[in-house]
Design a protein around this ligand. Structure first.
Ligand code: NCD
Ligand code: ZN
Length: 374
């Protein structure tokens, strides 16, 4: 007789950091999120042009939150309970527009991109811009959440990634503490944490300062990227060292964790390796809860134990919506410990390689992950 596989019924969850791009990409990507039990999404604003204004009628040659939200709804997101689109902060944003957007209920959060720091970050401005021009003060006053891509920008290569320091560590060690002191009530999400220093900072910070963690940063280390140069694992902030992964794993699997939550940073790229370099971003749409479950097991959580399942639920289903004030769905989905085969995602002429498949040396071999959704 074979044992029944471990089966966990979970409330539908919110992916509070993901990329859905635009045009024909949106519908299949949203479909993937719905297939992995998502009740809602936070759709990042680094489109082309970025979502740099709130209302269609606001000034500037940007996409608006108003427009992008309605496109996401009509391209398959209408069955989701919640679509949150953060504003992409640019030099053109003003305190008055922030206050008005929040009062009208169209602005919940805004994203800081370090200039040129990642895919689609060309129009980001240095963090100090928003300290000086009153935008952070307006956000703090209106209760608008600041989503932070926490890396120091424009560093020389030696400081960008070195044995003793890197762009994320510098940001969380030197820059963010000052922001927290200057704007003590500003709600902050440190997005896609990768280092022990950032993790320790968030753990020690007040309750309104929280963080998302991706599946890849819980599963892998820089060695996995470098051994065979598995460029599908190239995302920003860069995956770091074992000590960092341990700190992230310890934070998300701590029984009292109420600050760290799921935000996949799923970022579809149709061409990863280019003529000169590599596009940053890993696609984990359709399989993220499975990868998170795998990472929790690797971190030592016994997912067959109902008490330990609660720790997983806090991370995947409860902490994020609690922070954003979203309802916990009554609808559920079910994870089961049973191997699932991963296929590339085809969109028109383009192919997107999900991360675990991209980690294989021979992509013609079947790729399986240990959990599936039933
Ligand atoms: C993201 C993308 O491709 O949009 N890439 C990534 O490496 N994470 C952008 C981002 O969130 O940094
Ligand atoms: Zn992202």
């Amino acid at each position: 007789m074979t044992d029944t596989p471990i089966t966990i019924e979970l409330p539908k969850w919110y992916d509070l950091h993901a990329h859905f791009r635009q045009d024909e990409m949106i519908a299949p990507l949203i479909k993937g999120h719905i297939a992995m039990g998502c009740a809602g999404i936070l759709a990042m604003p680094n489109t082309k042009p970025p979502v740099g204004k709130i209302f269609k009628s606001d000034p500037g040659n940007y996409t608006s939150i108003e427009h992008y939200s309605s496109v996401l709804r009509s391209d398959g997101g209408d069955t989701l309970k919640e679509i949150i689109v953060p504003l992409y902060l640019t030099t053109e944003m003003t305190p008055a527009l922030i206050t008005r957007g929040a009062e009208m209920g169209m602005l919940k959060c805004a994203k800081y991109y370090p200039p040129h720091g990642t895919t689609g970050a060309e129009l980001g401005a240095p963090l100090e811009t928003y300290v000086e021009n009153g935008v952070f003060a307006a956000m703090e006053g209106a209760g608008v959440v600041l989503n932070i891509h926490g890396e120091e920008h424009a560093l020389p290569a030696e400081q960008y990634f070195d044995r003793t320091t890197n762009a994320e560590e510098l940001f969380y060690r030197e820059r963010l503490p000052r922001i927290v002191d200057q704007f003590p009530n500003l709600k902050i999400v440190g997005e896609h944490l990768t280092t022990k220093i950032a993790t320790d900072f968030i753990s020690a910070a007040p309750d309104h300062i929280v963080a998302t963690v991706t599946p890849q940063h819980l599963l892998y280390t820089i060695g996995h990227l470098l051994q065979g140069f598995k460029y599908h694992l190239y995302c920003l902030p860069l995956i770091k060292f074992e000590e960092d992964r341990e700190a992230l794993r310890a934070a998300v699997t701590h029984p009292g964790n109420d600050k760290f939550f799921a935000g996949t940073d799923s970022a579809p790229h149709t061409t990863k390796a280019t003529e000169c370099g590599c596009a940053a971003g890993c696609y984990t749409g359709a399989i993220a809860p499975q990868l998170y479950a795998q990472s929790f097991e690797l971190a030592g959580v016994d997912l067959s134990d109902e008490n330990e399942q609660e720790i997983f639920k806090n991370f995947l289903c409860f902490n994020g919506p609690d922070f954003y004030g979203l309802d916990i769905p009554t609808e559920t989905f079910t994870l089961q410990k049973f191997p699932q085969e991963i296929e590339p995602l085809k969109i028109g002429k383009n192919t997107i390689v999900p991360l675990p498949l991209g980690m294989q040396s021979d992509t013609n071999e079947p790729c399986t992950i240990p959990w599936r959704i039933v």
